[in-house]
Design a protein around this ligand. Structure first.
Ligand SMILES: Cc1cc2nc3c(=O)[nH]c(=O)nc-3n(C[C@H](O)[C@H](O)[C@H](O)COP(=O)(O)O)c2cc1C
Length: 222
């Protein structure tokens, strides 16, 4: 598979088949992805893999925690988006949400339906494997961007292996539960989860191919 093919084929998968992901595949992908660049070669990524029964165990704990907190979780440790998200970002965010709910046939007015769908985040969309990625709290914005480069490398390598993924910031809402389960040091904070598995192509949500802004909107050649 060419890099360009992997980049074009990768989508956020939000429904998975039950087929397991062997630990060896995850290990191989992580090892290869560690070739991702990072400023000063800090390699600031810290990964906790949950596969098979361990993931089921975590899912049960997460469900219980969400039930206890009326679905609110433990509060986000970091702001996923800026307050009052401004243009053009606001429209882009709205656009992808509307596209997804249209594929799912959930109307805008159906708040309960949308919330019920969103709750699938906290089941890793049924993926058989997953990981959480933590970063040392003392790190700055450049190291967070290093995590991004690492994550995209991971996602592309999973494409090559025949597996799909979904990065999930939604998990930041359950940071205490995640930290306790993964044994994370207090010096680190969770950035996101990554659902991993074989994509369910029959599920309508996975027929979505999100849009991108045209080049002229965000590039200038001087
Ligand atoms: C760091 C990161 C966190 C994300 N968090 C979530 C999430 O919590 N739930 C979700 O459904 N999608 C999440 N996404 C997926 C984005 O919505 C998705 O990448 C974007 O809409 C573009 O679509 P595509 O990945 O299919 O190309 C996340 C993506 C990234 C990179």
């Amino acid at each position: 598979m060419k890099v360009s093919e992997a980049v074009a084929a990768r989508i956020s998968a939000r429904a998975f088949l039950p087929d397991p992901v062997p630990d060896e595949v995850i290990r191989r992908v992580l090892e290869r992805a560690s070739r991702a660049p990072s400023g000063g070669n800090l390699q600031p990524w810290i990964v906790s893999v949950l596969n098979g029964p361990k993931l089921d165990e975590f899912r049960a704990i997460a469900a219980q925690r969400l039930a206890e907190t009326d679905g609110q979780g433990e509060g986000f440790e970091y702001k996923v988006y800026p307050d009052n998200l401004h243009e053009p970002y606001r429209t882009r965010r709205f656009g992808v949400g509307e596209m997804m709910y249209a594929k799912l046939g959930i109307e805008r007015a159906d708040k309960a339906g949308r919330l019920a769908w969103f709750a699938n985040n906290y089941r890793f969309f049924g993926a058989p494997a997953a990981f959480f990625i933590h970063v040392d709290r003392r790190m700055n914005a450049p190291q967070w961007s290093d995590l991004g480069m690492f994550l995209q490398t991971v996602m592309l390598l999973f494409q090559e292996e025949g597996y799909d993924t979904c990065a999930q910031e939604a998990w930041a809402r359950l940071h205490e539960t995640i930290d306790a389960f993964t044994g994370a040091s207090e010096e680190t904070m969770v950035f996101c989860g990554l659902a991993i598995g074989k994509i369910d192509r029959t599920h309508p949500v996975n027929t979505m191919y999100s849009e991108r802004a045209p080049l002229d909107e965000w590039v200038k050649f001087l």
